[in-house]
Design a protein around this ligand. Structure first.
Ligand code: SF4
Ligand code: SF4
Length: 406
């Protein structure tokens, strides 16, 4: 961790700066030392041209970090390792969402990730947090494919969020990595929006490895958002490391793999091993939020017990399974693919009652209406044979209904 991260998170007093510097070769020039300290260009100038005191004064004006800090690449956004994933708050009322968002904010959460695509999620953030806008970081996303759509989405997001700027504006799971001169005008629109002060940094989210790798290599993006948890493959872990090398922020979505991983302490401790990774936790219930908030001041360690949980899950969830991302939807036959294609896992890894209810049964029965159009299979970023997976899950489901033990 840099001196700045440690100081802003209250782990060392400012005076430790001398001891910190003495760790490095004293022949290093001050500009190099400033980089080691984690200072941005303005802080570097103040420290070199003025004094330690002036630097302290400058840092003291910044937002303090409760808990373990993480810096998002070269954005100079420093927050704790608890981002708020605002997808699930679509499913609760404005007032219930406000309770969650304020509780998170009061406990020190400062990073909120939403998307234009998440229906009223942006509006709920605007409703709950507009009075503390200057103390938080907001990341949102656009899934459009034209420059015209880009501006429409951005203006809608700013309106909904009750703000005049977005900290990180992300291309939402694009099928190709937008670049200047690719003919879409999308990346040029990002640059123009940045020029106008409507966005501060440019990000991209994806579920496809090749596009994530291309985005990192391109050097065009400040952040990458990608699914990441202890089921991630070596190649996916390499993505997080590549982001660190390229000074890009890495925002980890699907930390709980869409509800398949249930031990939050295990996943939290796993994530903590990656210094540059910011997990965003998608929470809908206060009890879920409370679990994550409790880790801010008391982060779980990766004990043998938690390692055993991780190993067991890795064994059970090895191979091909549906992550519930929903990128294959909508289905022309109205099948709720993102749950139906992983029903066997959901039944065994989370409370099964709601999936076995009459409503749940009706949703599964829809699999019989599959048109075998192939749309879902062609859209799945994990290359799954989705219709086959649906059939397998439906067969197992019917057996469970008939009495097979879970
Ligand atoms: S193949 Fe079946 S499940 Fe997949 S999109 Fe077509 S109708 Fe829906
Ligand atoms: S089948 Fe693929 S695209 Fe569809 S929800 Fe599952 S993982 Fe996502």
């Amino acid at each position: 961790m840099t001196f700045k991260e440690l100081y802003l998170s209250g782990q060392i007093p400012f005076e430790e700066i001398d001891r910190y510097i003495s760790r490095w070769n004293r022949s290093d020039d001050e500009r190099t030392l400033a980089k080691y300290l984690g200072l941005n260009a303005d802080e570097e100038d103040v420290w070199i041209d003025d004094s330690d005191e002036a630097l302290k004064e400058m840092l003291d004006k910044r937002e303090r970090v409760a808990g373990t800090p993480v810096t998002l690449g070269k954005t100079d956004i420093i927050i704790n390792k608890n981002g708020f994933g605002a997808l699930p708050i679509q499913r609760i009322s404005f007032d219930d969402a406000k309770v969650l968002l304020r509780k998170a904010y009061d406990a020190g959460v400062r990073f909120f990730d939403t998307a234009r695509f998440y229906t009223d999620s942006e509006e709920k953030i605007g409703y709950a947090l507009s009075d503390v806008r200057e103390h938080i970081y907001i990341a949102t996303k656009t899934a459009v494919t034209t420059a015209e759509g880009f501006w429409k989405d951005l203006e809608t997001s700013l309106h909904n969020l009750k703000t005049d700027y977005v900290d990180i504006y992300q291309f939402h799971n694009p099928a190709v990595c937008p670049k200047p001169g690719d003919g879409s005008g999308l990346y040029e629109a990002m640059l123009e929006a940045k020029e106008q002060g409507k966005i501060r940094f440019i990000g991209i989210t994806n579920h496809r490895m090749s596009i994530a790798e291309e985005a990192i290599e391109s050097g065009l993006y400040d952040t990458l958002q990608f699914p990441f948890n202890y089921l991630s493959t070596e190649r996916e872990i390499a993505l997080a490391k590549a982001c660190a090398e390229h000074k890009m922020g890495f925002i980890a979505m699907k930390g709980l793999s869409g509800g398949l991983l249930t031990n939050s302490a295990a996943i939290y401790a796993y994530m903590a091993q990656f210094e540059n990774v910011l997990p965003i936790w998608g929470v809908q219930k206060e009890s879920e939020l409370d679990e994550f908030l409790s880790y801010i001041g008391n982060p779980p360690e990766l004990t043998d017990e938690l390692k055993a949980v991780i190993e067991k899950d890795q064994k059970e969830l090895a191979g091909e399974f549906c992550r519930g991302c929903g990128y294959c939807m909508p289905c022309p036959a109205g099948i709720e693919i993102n749950n139906c294609a992983r029903m066997s896992l959901l039944l065994r890894r989370s409370p099964s009652a709601r999936y076995l209810s009459p409503e749940g049964q009706a949703k599964m029965k829809k699999i019989e209406d599959c048109l075998h159009c192939g749309h879902c299979k062609s859209m799945c970023p994990y290359g799954l044979d989705t219709p086959k997976l649906l059939e397998e899950n439906y067969k197992d489901y019917k057996e469970v209904l008939a009495g097979k033990r879970l």
